[in-house]
Design a protein around this ligand. Structure first.
Ligand code: SAH
Length: 697
């Protein structure tokens, strides 16, 4: 079956209709799935196995047959554990067809076909009875349906249904219970992901302070969870104001209610400060005694060793609606409200305790729809504002007519304060127009900066009051960008508005360059690495399936990751691989490059990281990737507001020797027609080289 899928092309700024086979979506899903990461999560796997063994023994001790219901079986792993532990029969439910097919193969390969029945259905569609999917109700309920927020993948309604229709009363559940923990903190860094702070601009006639509109100040923000690798936030970036407390728990062995509700705890700050953020994580007890515990606690709250890295479960950052000054020892009430799929928080002083029901956060100011959390952080970065200010100062004159092309950027305001005669800003969406309009009004700039809601190719002289643009500026930043080079849309927009530019126009940034570096990841490699055998079960079928999906489009693709969350060591020097000259229009021909990069440090080359640097003006550049040259150990500092592109090598190169550096060759091609960047990397060594081996991990 063929279907037409609409796909936005962020670089050239168009929508394309592509004919895709029905396999397309599922390949995308498998290739970027978290199955590999889960299979590498040793701590999780070991504890599930222990919990399942204990549950099977408890049922057997009662003299009953052990009938297991495994909801969301994935590879079939937990059912195979149950069968090995002596379960009499397992019903393995999986809604995602390609996974259900994989589970059938894996179960067969491991010799459990007579004990495990894979059912390709959503659990709520499963029937019980002599002619049903299940002969009888199960007495052991095994699931792994949790996300970082615990309930975001629909665990509660699934459990509610399973207890009503699929399992016996008094069944054993693995996990047995979950607890959600919270800790109140003050953190300027995390708060800057939700609020726009006043922006300071060193203007010609003194310092100007830009303020956000009051509507933005009091906006509850968006309900989507902010999940991060909290262990990568240095302790200097936040102050804990309370102890860690248990917010709520769920007993999975009893009927579960999914309907909206709330939980309340009393908190006494251990320190005075500004309450802004609730940090949260959970743990699960695999058995009723609580002896088999799997926790997501960050390093400062971790009571077990060794630490297990994982990316499928992280920690949550919740933003209070407004910051609240709190005093050490005073009585506070923290409320967690939840619906079926998400959680949000509200803090009150005990004496002001009022209505407990708080609505789920819905953005009213629209800025939270325009700017995502990293973008808020970026706009709040005063260092970055200073660099743009310095660059603009170099290029602006008192008679400058300035056009800004970016989504929801503050550059037009900077250009105005720094003395441009006239400023236009081209905004691509209704949301960005409305947010910019409110922002300009709050700062009495509505008559100074003109917002144009028009696509660049449709810009007419009348929009610009028949003036020619002398300074064209962009950050560049576009909300549709996923990979670093997608912001090259600026170049296409610049090309589209060419006829409106003065012959001596200044373009800022004047150029961009693509940079690349080979790295060894501390942990991120796990998410794309085959697993082979997991707790004694052969899951290679899954590895092959992921590999097939990764190779589905022949040329493998790079994927975006915020590397400040994923430590890595540089094995090569950073290298500039392509440059893009914004002073000229986009050329008709492709831009390609080939070369080699030497591995200077000992380590495993898991892949290449790519990022963009923008050359704003002479001597002023901003990087969306590496912030400085790595030190001699190869430690890297990444731009905390941007995602970088990661291209995982299909085989890992292990370099041992430094005297004769190993080389990796690359070929990178930027197709200016499609806006796509294709790349290929090869190791120039053969397997016999001394001290060097090419490994398939
Ligand atoms: N149990 C496996 C995989 C867990 S991932 C393991 O522990 O390794 C969760 C899986 O559950 C996904 O494959 C998802 O497609 C499936 N799933 C989620 N909710 C489901 C439901 N209600 N019914 C059936 N499958 C479900």
């Amino acid at each position: 079956m063929k279907t037409f899928c609409g796909r936005a092309n962020p670089t050239i700024g168009s929508m394309e209709w592509l004919e895709e086979g029905e396999d397309y979506d599922y390949h995308q899903e498998i290739a970027r799935s978290r199955y590999a990461d889960m299979l590498h999560d040793k701590d999780r796997n070991v504890k599930y196995y222990q919990g399942i063994r204990a549950a099977v023994s408890r049922v057997k001790e009662r003299g009953e047959k052990a009938i297991v219901l495994d909801i969301g079986t994935g590879t079939g792993l937990l059912s195979m554990m149950a069968a090995s532990a002596g379960a009499d029969f397992c019903y393995a439910i999986e809604v995602f067809k390609p996974m259900a097919n994989a589970a059938v193969k894996i179960v067969e390969k491991n010799g459990f076909s007579d004990k495990i029945k894979v059912i390709n259905k959503h659990s709520t569609e499963v029937t019980v009875g002599p002619d049903g999917d299940m002969q009888c109700r199960a007495n052991i309920l095994v699931t792994e349906l949790f996300d970082t927020e615990l309930i975001g993948e629909g665990a509660l309604p699934t459990y509610e249904h399973a207890h009503k229709y699929l399992v016996q009363e008094g069944c054993e559940a693995v996990p047995h219970r979950a607890r959600v923990y919270v800790q109140l903190v003050e953190s300027k860094r995390m708060w800057s992901w939700k609020k726009l702070f006043p922006v300071r601009v060193e203007a010609e006639d003194g310092e100007k302070i830009l303020v956000p509109p009051s509507e933005m100040e009091n906006c509850p923000g968006v309900p989507s969870v902010c999940d991060i690798q909290l262990n990568q936030v240095p302790s200097s970036d936040f102050t804990t104001l309370s102890d860690v407390v248990t917010m709520f728990s769920v007993d999975f062995s009893k009927p579960v209610q999914s309907a909206s509700t709330y939980y309340r705890v009393q908190l006494e700050p251990v320190k005075s400060g500004k309450a802004q953020i609730v940090l949260s994580w959970w743990d699960i007890d695999m058995d009723p005694s609580g002896m088999i515990n799997c926790t997501m606690a960050p390093y400062w709250a971790l009571y077990i060793n060794p630490f297990q890295w994982r990316d499928h479960w992280m920690q949550c950052v919740y933003f209070l609606q407004n910051e609240e000054p709190v005093l050490q020892g005073e009585k506070l009430l923290l409320t967690a409200c939840r619906d079926e799929y998400s959680v949000w928080y509200n803090l009150q002083k005990e004496e002001h305790k009022a209505d407990v029901h708080v609505e789920s956060p819905v953005c009213r100011c629209r800025a939270h729809l325009l700017w995502n959390r990293p973008r808020f952080g970026e706009l709040n970065d005063q260092n970055r504002t200073r660099q743009y200010t310095m660059a603009l100062r170099k290029v602006l004159k008192t008679d400058s007519v300035c056009l800004c092309i970016s989504d929801g950027s503050l550059l037009p305001v900077l250009a105005h304060y720094l003395g441009a005669k006239q400023v236009f800003t081209l905004e691509n969406s209704g949301v960005s127009c409305s947010v910019m309009d409110k922002f300009f009004k709050a700062n009495h700039l509505e008559d100074k900066i003109k917002i144009l809601e028009v696509r660049p190719e449709l810009l007419k002289p009348s929009h610009l009051e028949d003036k020619k643009i002398s300074v064209l500026v962009g950050e560049p930043f576009f909300t549709t960008s996923l990979l670093p080079w997608h912001n090259l849309y600026f170049w296409y927009a610049r090309t589209a508005v060419s006829t409106h530019l003065a012959s001596d126009v200044t373009v800022l940034p004047q150029s961009a360059s693509l940079h690349m570096m080979v790295v060894e990841f501390q942990d991120l490699w796990r998410i794309r690495s085959p697993c082979g055998i997991c707790e004694g079960f052969d899951v290679q079928t899954m590895d092959d399936m992921i590999k097939d999906s990764l190779n589905f489009r022949e040329s493998k693709e790079a994927e975006p990751h915020p590397l400040w969350e994923y430590p890595c060591k540089s094995l090569s020097d950073p290298q500039e691989v392509l440059t893009f000259d914004f002073t000229r229009t986009v050329p008709q021909h492709c831009l390609s490059t080939e070369g080699s990069v030497n591995l200077l440090r000992k380590g495993k080359s898991h892949g290449a990281v790519l990022w963009m640097e923008y050359h704003l003006a002479a001597d002023i550049s901003v990087s969306t990737g590496l912030m400085q040259i790595p030190n001699e150990k190869g430690n890297c500092e990444w731009n905390p507001h941007c995602k970088q592109a990661v291209y995982f090598f299909s085989s890992v190169i292990e370099s041992e020797i430094l005297s004769d550096p190993t080389a990796v060759t690359y070929a990178i091609n930027f197709d200016t027609k499609t806006g796509e960047i294709a790349m290929d990397f090869n190791s120039a060594l053969d397997e016999q080289s001394i001290g060097v081996s090419v490994l398939y991990v």
